[in-house]
Design a protein around this ligand. Structure first.
Ligand code: IPM
Ligand code: SF4
Length: 476
C-alpha cells in the first residue's frame, strides 16, 4: 500500500481539518491543536476543581458550552426533582461552575437543554472543519457535520478550558464506504451496528473513521449523527462524514451558525473540505449497504449485533478459547442459549432515547410503528432535547406515544447509563436504542439488546424482539 501523502498532494477530510489546527507539531510526537469548541456536562467538576486549584480561569468562555444531561431527572425540570440528594448535588455543582466560569449554560429549565450531543448540533455549535471536544466518548456524534470531534478526559478538559488548545497524537485514518442502497425498514442504527459487527469492537482502534459512499450520502443529518455516534463502539477516536448540501441545509439559520456574508465565506471554505480524489487512507473497509438488515445485539458488546432473522451464535463454533469463554459468559448474563432465534424473545421493557437515537427522525420512526397500537411492556421514550420534545409535540408524536401507553419523558441521558435514577431492574431485559450493552450498563444485572427506534417500538407493541418489517406489512 502506498504511503499516505502529506500536503500538497491529495488529502483526506481528516488531514485538512487536522493540519489547519496544528499550532506546534513535535517530530514523531503529539501536536498542539487549536480547539474551536469545548462542550461540557456534569462530569466536568473534576476539570473545574483542577482549574480552581491551579488558580486558572476559563480562557475563552464563549467557546465553551455547558449542558447538564447525565444526572438530570426525566420527570421534573429542577435539580430538586432528582432521584437522590447526591444526584441533585451533581446538577447544582455544575450550575455553580457555570456561574463561576462565565460559560454559557443551557439549564434544566431552558428548552434547549438536552443530551450534549443532541443540543450541540441542534444549536449550530458544531460546524464543518471545526475541532470539537467534550469530556465524553460519544463526542464522535458531531463528526456527522464534517467536524473533527472526539472525547477527552477531565485533565485534558481543564487544559482546553485554560488554553483553548490540546496536545493530541494524530490517529490513522480509515474510510468505510457503504455502497448500494438501504432496503426499506433499515435505519442508520442498523448500518452502524452492521459495520461494528463486521469490523469488531476494536476494528477501528487508533483510527479516525470517514464514512463515505451512496448510503451515507443519502442519509439525513439526524441519521449521520446516529452513525457517527457509535464510531467509538468500533474503537475509533472519531467518525466523520464530509460536509455536503444536506449539511449546509441543516446548519443554515441555527443559532450559532454564521450568517450573511460570513456564512457565504464559510460555505466556500466548507466546500474545500471533502477528501480529494486519489487521497490514500491507512485502511479501507467496504460494506454492501443493500445487504444490511435490521440488527439486534445478543451479547454484552455492540459487536454482537446479528440480523433479526439470525440465530444466537454457538460458542462451540468459536476456536479461540478466550473468545469462546467470553461468548459463554455473555450468553449466561443475557439469559440466552446458543442457536435460539432472537426474534420472539420476550422483553420486560423498552427504552427509546440516548444520544444515538433521540432526535426527531428517531421519534418519527418510533411513532410510525406505535401509531394506533398499544405497548405491552413499560416503554420509556426520552427525547434528546427540549426542542426535540417540543417539535415532537407539535407534530403530534407526543400524543401517539401517550395513546400507545408509553411514558413520554423529559430530555436527558436517562436509562442509557442509569446515572439519574432511570434504571432497568436487575435481571430485566430491555430493548434499547442506546449505544452500549455492557454488563450492568443500564443498571446492575440489566440485560440490554441494542436496536433501532423502529425495532424498539416493534418490541414495545409485541412484547418480544420482533422484525419491524413484519409489523409494517401487517399494517399495510
Ligand atoms: C459518563 C460519561 C463520561 C460517559 C462517556 O464518556 O461516554 C457516558 O456518556 C457514556 O456514554 O458512557
Ligand atoms: S446518552 Fe448515553 S451515550 Fe450519550 S452521552 Fe448520555 S450516557 Fe453517554
Amino acid at each position: 500500500m502506498p504511503e499516505r501523502q502529506e500536503a500538497p498532494g491529495p488529502r483526506t477530510l481528516f488531514d485538512k481539518i487536522w493540519e489547519s489546527h496544528v499550532i506546534v507539531a513535535k517530530e514523531q510526537g503529539p501536536s498542539l491543536l487549536y480547539i474551536d469548541r469545548d462542550i461540557i456536562h456534569e462530569g466536568s467538576f473534576h476539570a473545574f476543581a483542577d482549574l480552581r486549584r491551579r488558580g486558572l480561569k476559563v480562557r475563552s468562555p464563549r467557546q465553551v458550552f455547558g449542558v447538564p444531561d447525565h444526572y438530570v431527572p426525566t420527570n421534573s425540570r429542577s435539580a430538586s426533582g432528582a432521584a437522590t440528594p447526591e444526584i441533585a448535588r451533581m446538577i447544582d455543582t455544575f450550575d455553580e461552575n457555570m456561574q463561576w466560569s462565565g460559560v454559557r449554560h443551557f439549564r434544566l429549565d431552558d428548552p434547549r437543554q438536552g443530551i450534549v450531543h443532541v443540543t450541540a448540533p441542534e444549536q449550530g455549535m458544531v460546524l464543518p472543519g471545526f475541532i470539537v471536544v467534550c469530556s465524553d466518548s460519544h463526542t464522535s456524534t458531531n463528526g456527522a457535520l464534517g467536524a473533527l470531534a472526539f472525547g477527552i478526559g477531565q485533565s485534558e478538559n481543564a487544559h482546553v478550558m485554560a488554553t483553548q488548545a490540546l496536545w493530541q497524537v494524530k490517529p490513522k485514518v480509515m474510510r468505510i464506504t457503504v455502497s448500494g442502497e438501504r432496503r426499506p425498514g433499515v435505519s442508520a442504527k442498523d448500518v452502524i451496528l452492521a459495520i461494528i459487527a463486521t469490523i469488531g469492537a476494536a476494528g477501528a482502534t487508533g483510527h479516525a473513521i470517514e464514512y463515505a459512499g451512496p448510503v451515507i450520502e443519502a442519509m439525513s443529518i439526524d441519521e449521520r449523527l446516529t452513525l457517527c455516534n457509535m464510531s467509538i463502539e468500533a474503537g475509533a477516536r472519531c467518525g466523520m462524514v464530509a460536509p455536503d448540501d444536506t449539511t449546509y441545509a441543516y446548519l443554515k439559520g441555527r443559532p450559532h451558525a454564521p450568517q450573511g456574508e460570513i456564512w457565504t465565506k464559510a460555505e466556500q471554505y466548507w466546500r474545500s473540505l471533502p477528501t480529494d480524489p486519489g487521497a490514500v487512507f491507512d485502511a479501507e473497509v467496504h460494506i454492501d449497504g443493500s445487504q444490511i438488515e435490521p440488527m439486534v445485539t445478543w451479547g454484552t458488546s455492540p459487536e454482537t449485533a446479528i440480523r433479526i432473522g439470525d440465530a444466537v451464535p454457538d460458542p462451540a463454533a468459536q476456536k479461540d478459547p478466550v473468545a469462546q469463554a467470553a461468548m459463554r459468559a455473555a450468553l449466561q448474563y443475557m439469559g440466552l442459549a446458543p442457536g435460539m432465534p432472537l426474534e420472539g424473545v420476550p422483553v420486560d421493557m423498552v427504552f427509546i432515547g440516548s444520544c444515538t437515537n433521540s432526535r426527531l427522525h428517531d421519534l418519527r420512526e418510533a411513532a410510525r410503528v406505535l401509531a394506533g397500537r398499544k405497548v405491552r411492556v413499560p416503554t420509556w421514550i426520552v427525547p434528546g432535547s427540549g426542542l426535540v420534545r417540543r417539535e415532537a409535540e407539535e407534530e403530534g408524536l407526543g400524543r401517539i406515544f401517550v395513546e400507545a401507553g408509553a411514558q413520554w419523558m423529559l430530555p436527558g441521558c436517562s436509562a442509557c447509563v442509569a446515572m439519574n435514577g432511570d434504571v432497568v431492574p436487575n435481571g430485566k431485559r430491555c430493548a434499547s436504542t442506546s449505544n452500549r450493552n455492557f454488563v450492568g450498563r443500564q443498571g446492575p444485572g440489566a440485560r440490554t439488546h441494542l436496536l433501532s427506534p423502529a425495532m424498539a417500538a416493534a418490541a414495545a407493541v409485541s412484547g418480544t424482539i420482533t422484525d419491524v418489517r413484519r409489523l409494517e406489512l401487517a399494517k399495510a
